[in-house]
Design a protein around this ligand. Sequence first.
Ligand code: FES
Length: 107
Amino acid sequence: MFYPLISVDELIDGEIKTFDVEGFNFLLIKFENDIHLIENKCGHFGVALADGSLRIDKAIASIVCPEHGISFSLATGEVVNRPYENCTPINIYQYEVRDNMIGFVKD
Ligand code: FES
């Protein structure tokens, strides 16, 4: 199933957009010219990542949680820095571009 979110032209590099679709709360991000669709929930204490910041951490495009500063890879969801224990990777979701629209893809 394809759920259109936003046109490719509307997504600006460095911008974080939040969506709720089919019970999934996720962030659509364009950073360093790559597009990512990630879970809006930190793998540490579940804080929303929508207010996080984007940065290159250890040469990996990452989002940094605003609460305790753990960073997660935008491509894999894995923790990039690990200042705290009990932190799990975040979910990465699948997207496609169809007719210039970026959409969430779910089986
Ligand atoms: S809640 Fe995100 S780093 Fe702790």
